[in-house]
Design a protein around this ligand. Structure first.
Ligand code: HEM
Ligand code: CU
Length: 549
């Protein structure tokens, strides 16, 4: 085979990426795999919305519907949210603290491949007995897999086992990455970067890494207990033999609720970097932002049973979890206030990253309001397991997570590729998505309030559910169009986007001080910082921040 000296073959390039231990490449692979699974899980959502668009519809069978729902939820949480967020942390934390790589580069590669393999395990279930259209042996017990649905008697075959193994394997990856992030943040900061001078992005991901270490353990324990129940005849979750179905719920939600914050805090991290740069102001109340993040981490560990108001806890238990849930809203409120105060009076540039952050602030506020409503236990008794809840948590996850992820992609794309995304296409993406998202999920609050239960396959005509569901399904068309604009923008910009230069947004954190894309070793000489905005100091030697700190 002939090979040019300066043009490596496709195979060689592929080989380079597969064996890489560079945190930037691993970060990009995390993000890319997350985006691929986003398209998969999005298609599953579209299938559900088509099925629910009309009463008495038979677009898919009830069995396939359950499988789509389970795969959608599991994929979005574990194989879209987590990989994209850990990917950004991987890419940015070493750059932001002025390090040459993560603390343990090989562990980093191992973690990535474990996560990806975990995701593949979930989808290998399609290769099982009944073939592709019947959904193979894809899991069908919902992303929280409540007992006793997962007991052998009700879940035959291996569908639940695929689910369990998939989460066990990817959990190992998440723990590896969390350890790595903690070690990098604690040990590899460049000279001058005290904890108090770290970018908020680094602080928030530090909290997230701590939370991952704490909450993956109960998830792993639950999966192991479930496996023992299914294979060795243990009875942890078998009420007939003295086990407890509620025990599963406790284990699952001790993991599951903080997991929501594991997804949301990185979203806060994106917003905390983007909003100041596009408002041309220092973040308002840095110490309060740090304190609020740490306390969100702590308090969110103590609210899990708000998912269980209806299982029959004692009134004291319900009260405790209702109050702790309301309290966790306080530091979140502080953060929203600080972002608004940062924007207030700033010279705002409405570039696409900033648009998505403003969208985030607005949508997340809606989610917060319905969240506080649901934290009132008697209100939750009425609306638990109704579409009101589905609407609420999609406002949390899409408003808090997806909006900020899109913002982050527009913001850091120039750093990673050396090219900018197109602003016009970005605006189309943003507006179509805002319209589509609200059209999909706002009506579902009403469907829930008039009694539409969640996780139903279809409904009878004449109950008043039709209109809300049709609006919701129409919204998906707009969202899909928005995603087409987004993908088109990414592909086009990769080939012929405007060159970005090292610092296209005139920002001030360290990643912008190196070339775009950064060289494998990140920095030729390790930077020395004297304030929270090291690049500002360099650009404005006459009026640097460190004079004031
Ligand atoms: C973008 C458009 C989306 C649409 C149209 C959509 C639609 C749906 C639908 C129809 C359900 C079933 C609700 C039920 O019957 O209980 C559902 C469940 C769920 N969705 Fe989404 N979704 C979207 C995005 C997301 C995102 C971005 C996430 C998370 C990051 C997410 C996480 C979940 C979870 C965790 C469930 C619960 C699954 C279960 O109960 O097992 N969704 N979604
Ligand atoms: Cu919760």
């Amino acid at each position: 085979m002939h090979r040019d000296a300066d043009r490596p073959s496709v195979l060689a390039i592929l080989h380079d990426w597969v064996v890489t231990v560079d945190h930037k490449r691993l970060g990009l692979m995390y993000i890319a795999s997350g985006l691929v699974f986003f398209l998969v899980a999005g298609s599953e959502a579209a299938i559900m919305r088509i099925q629910l668009a009309l009463p008495n519809n038979h677009f898919v069978s009830p069995q396939v519907f359950n499988r789509m729902m389970t795969l959608h939820g599991t994929t979005m949480v574990f194989f879209v949210g987590m990989p994209i967020l850990l990917g950004f942390a991987n890419y940015l934390v070493p750059l932001m603290v002025g390090a040459r790589d993560m603390a343990f580069p090989r562990l980093n590669a191992f973690s990535f491949w474990m996560s990806l393999f975990g995701a593949c395990l979930l989808y290998f279930s399609f290769l099982g007995a009944e073939g592709l259209y019947g959904g193979g042996t894809a899991p069908d017990v919902g992303w929280f897999a409540y007992a006793p649905l997962t007991a052998r008697a009700f879940s035959r075959g291996n569908s639940t086992d695929y689910w369990t193994l998939s989460l066990l394997v990817s959990g190992i990856g998440s723990i590896g990455t969390a350890v790595n992030l903690l070690a990098t943040t604690l040990c590899l900061r460049c000279p001058g970067m005290t904890l108090g001078k770290m970018p908020l992005f680094v602080w928030l991901n530090f909290v997230v890494a701590c939370m991952i270490l704490i909450v993956i353990s109960p998830l792993t324990a639950a999966q192991i207990m479930l496996t023992l129940d299914r294979f060795l005849g243990a009875h942890f979750f078998d009420t007939q033999a003295g086990g407890s179905a509620v025990l599963w719920q406790h284990f699952f939600w001790i993991f599951g609720h903080p997991e929501v914050y594991v997804l949301i805090l990185p979203g806060f991290a994106f917003a905390s970097e983007i909003i100041p740069v596009f408002s041309r102001k220092v973040i308002f109340g840095y110490p309060f932002m740090v304190a609020a993040s740490v306390s969100i981490g702590f308090i969110s560990l103590g609210v899990w049973a708000h998912h269980m108001f209806t299982v029959g806890m004692t009134p004291a238990g319900n009260t405790f979890f209702a109050v702790s849930t309301m309290i966790v809203g306080v530091p979140t409120g502080i953060k929203v206030f600080n972002w608004l105060a940062t924007i207030w009076g700033g010279k705002i540039r409405f570039a696409t990253p900033m648009l998505f952050c403003i969208g985030f602030l607005f949508q997340f506020l809606c989610a917060g309001l319905t969240g506080i409503m649901l934290s009132v236990a008697p209100f939750d008794w009425q609306l638990s397991d109704s579409y009101f809840v589905v609407a609420h948590f999609h406002y949390v996850l899409i408003g808090g997570l997806l909006f900020t992820i899109f913002g982050a992609i527009y913001y850091w794309f120039p750093k990673a590729t050396g090219r900018r995304l197109d602003e016009t296409l970005g605006r189309w993406h943003f507006w179509l998505f805002v319209v589509g998202f609200n059209l999909t999920f706002a009506p579902l609050h009403f469907a829930g309030m008039i009694g539409m239960p969640r996780r139903i396959y279809t409904y009878q005509p004449g109950r008043g559910f039709e209109l809300w569901n049709q609006l919701a399904s129409a919204g998906v068309v707009f969202q899909a169009a928005a995603i087409v604009f987004f993908l088109w923008n990414v592909v086009r910009s990769l080939v012929r986007g405007a060159p970005a230069g090292a610092d296209p947004w005139d920002a001030w954190t360290l990643e912008w001080s190196t070339s775009s894309p950064p060289p494998p070793y990140n920095f030729e000489t390790l930077p020395v910082v004297r304030s929270r905005r090291p690049l500002w100091d360099l650009k404005h030697p006459d009026d640097p921040d460190w004079r004031y700190e």
